[in-house]
Design a protein around this ligand. Structure first.
Ligand SMILES: [Fe+2]
Ligand SMILES: [Fe+2]
Length: 182
């Protein structure tokens, strides 16, 4: 089922491009008068929405299938599953900070910068661990019925940013992503 693995990796690549854009906005903290909190919030909203709710939920099903077929993967699977919870939690915290700043309340730039940088590092490490340590096993371990179970987990999942039917609210973020990719 190499198409499913290719799709899995393509989603990681999309998320990685967003993390690069978020990091670029963090670098701009040191050169611009006003940081792009709106753009950063758009990125976090998306990451809290599609990857955390659908991509990670599908992975949790795939991970369980893989650990069933090779119990030696159980500790890694447990760690990655826990990453999903911690990434969602960190995303919530960062979103709250950005919303507070956008409402005009005082939040130090240093706090936002440091929390956002931690978030980027944590997310990148998570994706890298899946790519290096787990996905290579998916090809050999997962059966057609396992992949069907993964697909059934969230058949209604629609990617509002990178999907074919992108959401209007992400128009500005899509524009920035295509500039970065050019
Ligand atoms: Fe994951
Ligand atoms: Fe992933």
């Amino acid at each position: 089922m190499s198409a499913a693995v290719a799709f899995w990796r393509a989603e990681h690549s999309s998320f990685a491009s967003l993390l690069r854009l978020l990091e670029k906005k963090l670098f701009a903290f040191h050169s611009q008068d006003r940081p792009d909190y709106e753009g950063m919030l758009d990125i976090i909203q998306y990451l809290r929405h599609f990857p955390d709710r659908y991509h990670h939920a599908r992975e949790d099903v795939a991970f369980a299938c893989m650990a069933r077929r090779d119990p030696s993967l159980a500790p890694l699977v447990a760690r990655l599953h826990d990453d999903h919870r911690r990434i969602a939690q960190a995303g919530d915290g960062l979103r709250a900070l950005l919303e507070t700043a956008l409402e005009g309340s005082i939040v130090s730039r240093e706090t936002i910068e440091s929390d956002a940088q931690d978030y980027v590092i944590q997310y990148r490490q998570h994706i890298a661990s899946e790519e290096i340590n787990l996905i290579p096993h998916a090809v050999s371990l997962m059966t057609e019925s396992d992949w069907a179970e993964v697909a059934r987990a969230h058949p209604d999942a629609v990617d509002p940013l990178f999907g074919a039917d992108a959401d209007e609210s992400y128009r500005e973020l899509r524009r920035q992503i295509s500039i970065e990719a050019a």
